[in-house]
Design a protein around this ligand. Structure first.
Ligand code: PMP
Length: 429
């Protein structure tokens, strides 16, 4: 039988760079052929060969209610019938902003955009405009989209100013980005001691999901809050991933820490392109047309996308939604952990609400350096064994995974069962 995934990948590579519209999809770090997805429903994906997979990627986060949830699909169809985009204000956008500000007390004003990248890029511009300062602090291993100033990896040493980690980013765009180690409050204290009056903002994933899953150590986020207060810097929680994923109020709800600005994406679009940035009124009032910080978008607040997002937010607000999601995710993680132990494979796993991390390491990592020390070769073999058995995990050792409300205990148990067999092949490399 022809492998249709292979055939599509070949066609794709002729006309799309690397055959994909976002790099991780290309399977570069795990090798092999990406699955071309024909359709998805609930917890399952079907590829172009008609093979079914239990999905733990969830469109990289948005599919928290399961794929093609009937309520979301219906909302999209209803909105589409009334017109796709107007470039003028709509009632739906107001309802979305009201919903977001009601759910997250730190949001006094919120603006909708179409991607997480736009949200973080705009929040950074706003923080700079509000403070009149240039420097921003980000953390090694945190991803905030692909805006120039944020595409910077750490140089050696805690106080090294960043160099671009992508070609095409001028040194100047990254010069004012200071990259520090995640979970290292002493490094942040040292940075503020040296140049606190130049720092416009600290941007952080309040639980990091772009270097696998790394939780904040007790005191880390509290320390960032205190330092930003002391030095007049804006604290930005990038909750594009954690927002409505780790709980109804994201990490700010779980920790009780109130950021000045928050960025959101993924779940708030229910699978359609909706993202947002918002926060303290005084800061948000600097955004055009009220203030001097320019920010705009032809498709911002698209009625079809916002209708999907509103339906998604309605589903996650059902009583017991996160309790069940968290229990399912914990069941997956503890099942995988047990399976690895039985096979004698050094492995750890962790979860937070509906997201999880899998680490081929003796214990759960707390830093970027510890994540980088994980056994990537073992991950690749595990990934391919699981994929071949019909279980779709993120094709990289450095991405968090996601469970949806459509997963059943039986789905999770089937995955754990398959993992028993996969781990058994990994004992000896
Ligand atoms: N911030 C975080 C924390 C993210 O996880 C992502 C995407 N994974 C982004 C920003 C960028 O979002 P987008 O891909 O929608 O531009």
């Amino acid at each position: 039988m022809t492998d249709r995934n292979e055939a599509w990948f070949e066609r794709a590579r002729r006309v799309i760079p690397g055959g994909v519209n976002s790099p991780v999809r290309a399977f570069r770090s795990v090798g092999g052929t990406p699955r071309f997805i024909r359709r998805a429903q609930g917890a399952y994906l079907w590829d172009e060969n008609g093979t079914r997979y239990i999905d733990y990627v969830g469109a990289w986060g948005p599919a928290i209610a399961g794929h093609a949830h009937p309520k979301i699909v219906e909302a999209v169809q209803r909105a589409a019938a009334d017109g796709l985009s107007f470039g003028a204000p709509t009632a739906l956008e107001v309802e979305m902003a009201e919903r977001l500000t009601a759910l997250l007390p730190s949001l006094e004003l919120v603006r909708l955009v179409s991607s997480g990248t736009e949200a973080t890029m705009s929040a950074i511009r706003l923080a700079r405009g509000y403070t009149g300062r240039a420097c921003i602090v980000k953390f090694e291993g945190c991803y905030h989209g692909h805006a120039d100033a944020l595409l910077v990896k750490a140089g050696s040493g805690a106080l090294t100013f960043g160099h671009p980690s992508s070609a095409g980013v001028p040194e100047g765009a990254a010069r004012d980005t200071l990259v520090l180690p995640y979970n290292d409050l002493a490094a942040v204290e040292a940075a503020f001691a040296e140049c606190g009056d130049e720092i416009a903002a600290v941007i952080v994933e309040p639980a990091a999901g772009n270097m696998n899953l790394v939780k904040p150590r007790p005191g880390f986020l509290e320390g960032l809050r205190a330092l930003c207060d002391r030095h007049g810097a804006v604290l930005i929680f990038d909750e594009v991933m954690t927002g409505f994923r780790v709980g109804l109020q994201g990490m700010q709800g779980r920790t009780g820490i109130r950021p000045d600005l928050t960025t959101l994406g993924k779940v708030i679009g229910g699978g359609m392109p909706v993202a947002a940035f918002g926060g303290r009124r005084e800061i948000m009032e600097c955004v055009a047309p009220l203030g001097p910080v320019y920010q705009a978008g032809t498709l911002s607040g698209s009625p079809v996308a916002v209708a999907a997002g509103l339906a998604s937010l309605e589903l996650v607000a059902q009583p017991g939604f996160y309790e069940r999601l968290e229990a399912l995710t914990a069941r997956l993680v503890s099942g995988l952990q047990r399976a690895a132990e039985e096979a004698g494979v050094p492995f750890a796993a962790d979860s937070l609400g509906g997201m999880f991390g899998l680490y081929f390491a003796p214990q759960v990592p707390g830093s970027y350096a510890e994540v980088m020390a994980c056994d990537v070769e073992r991950f690749k073999r595990f990934f391919h064994a699981m994929l071949a058995a019909g279980h779709h995990f993120a094709p990289s050792a450095f991405e968090a995974g996601f469970v949806s409300a459509a997963h059943t205990k039986a789905d999770i148990d089937a995955t754990v069962e398959a993992a028993h067999r996969a781990f058994a092949t990994l004992g000896h490399l």
